[in-house]
Design a protein around this ligand. Structure first.
Ligand code: 5GP
Ligand code: MN
Length: 325
């Protein structure tokens, strides 16, 4: 197992990439690795490419140096792809992966089959930020790096609440806090704080929600018109799926939003019985057993029918298994 320091040995330039529609873990891990590399190898030139991301993350060190322009004619000695379960998730930034002399993929998605020269994929890790924290030498990690990784862990665990939160996650988070990270600032200001518009679209999604499969599946869909009415964009929808998931009796939560003409982004969450990564994968998406997603063409109603059938199949198999015992 090589270390981060060994991967960048002999390299003069490095590029760090994350997935399209970057979330907290994606931004945190990319900026955390940037800060760490700058600390351990100041002569290395490091560039991060990411699509525009939520304003709440802009206080992180290095956020202002991120380029959203994926069309620059540049090639790098080493490319890190973070929090990306497949090449397609890199969007147009995949050109920097293809143009790099060496590639490293660090991730925690169970659906990741490993598309780089070196692949460190740990499906039991809460987040890519946790994977990175384990790979970094604690003595070389400064507060700026710790802040990024702590934010990533907070977001991918839903503030240490999802089942991906292990004893190790808590130990790593504790070590990051010891670097001087302000936990309450990160949790309140980047995770819980909602704008008025975000609360309105949450309300809209909850009002539109419907139960299926005898209350074991909850589904909601918001259209471009709904977003407009509430004064938000599709980057302001974090947290809606989590609220749907905690509905009493629900095993599977499905949230759709209109991502383009005739196209919906689907978020899937499961409590215990269903592997939603299988459902997402059947639509060309991916993710984790209990949290997955995909983008699907069609109408809201049709997409929901197809997802409901796949969830019913898995729930049915569970029941058949239970009856056989
Ligand atoms: P979310 O529902 O929060 O967008 O995503 C939940 C999980 O599924 C995340 O870990 C995310 O990386 C993964 N995911 C979401 N959408 C897609 C997709 O279109 N393709 C793949 N491969 N993974 C996705
Ligand atoms: Mn992640």
């Amino acid at each position: 197992m090589m270390s981060i320091e060994e991967w960048v040995e002999g390299a003069a330039t490095a590029v760090i990439l994350g997935h399209v529609h970057p979330d907290g873990d994606c931004v945190g891990s990319c900026l955390g690795l940037r800060s760490y590399l700058r600390a351990v190898k100041p002569e290395l030139c490091v560039q991060v490419y990411l699509e525009p991301f939520a304003g709440e993350f802009h206080f992180l060190t290095g956020a202002d140096a991120v380029s959203p322009d994926f069309y620059e004619e540049k090639s790098y000695d080493i490319c890190f792809a973070l929090d990306c379960s497949d090449r397609e998730r890199l969007g147009d930034a995949v050109r920097y992966l293809d143009g790099a002399k060496r590639t490293v993929c660090l991730d925690h998605h169970i659906t990741n089959e490993g598309f780089a020269d070196v692949n460190v994929i740990r499906p039991h890790a809460s987040s890519t930020s946790e994977v990175l924290a384990e790979l970094m030498e604690p003595g070389k990690m400064d507060r700026a790096t710790a802040e990024c990784l702590y934010l990533g862990i907070v977001h991918d665990t839903g503030v240490f609440k999802h089942s991906n939160t292990s004893e190790k996650t808590m130990r790593i988070a504790g070590a990051l806090l010891a670097k001087g990270v302000s936990s309450s600032h990160i949790i309140d200001d980047t995770f819980y704080r909602k704008t008025f518009g975000q609360n309105r679209i949450l309300g809209c999604a909850l009002l539109a929600a419907e139960l299926r499969l005898d209350g074991r599946l909850i589904a909601s869909c918001v259209t471009g018109k709904d977003l407009e009415r509430c004064g938000v964009t599709n980057r302001n929808l974090d947290g809606i799926i989590d609220q749907l998931r905690v509905t009493e009796g629900v095993e599977v939560a499905v949230f759709l939003y209109e991502a383009g003409p005739g196209e919906y982004k689907v978020s899937l969450r499961s409590n215990d019985l269903v592997d939603v990564s299988r459902i997402a994968r059947s639509f060309g998406g991916g993710g984790h057993v209990k949290a997955a997603g995909c983008t699907v063409a069609g109408t809201c109603g049709d997409i929901l029918e197809r997802i409901t059938a796949l969830a019913a199949e898995q729930l049915g198999q569970q029941e058949d298994g239970a009856a056989a015992h």
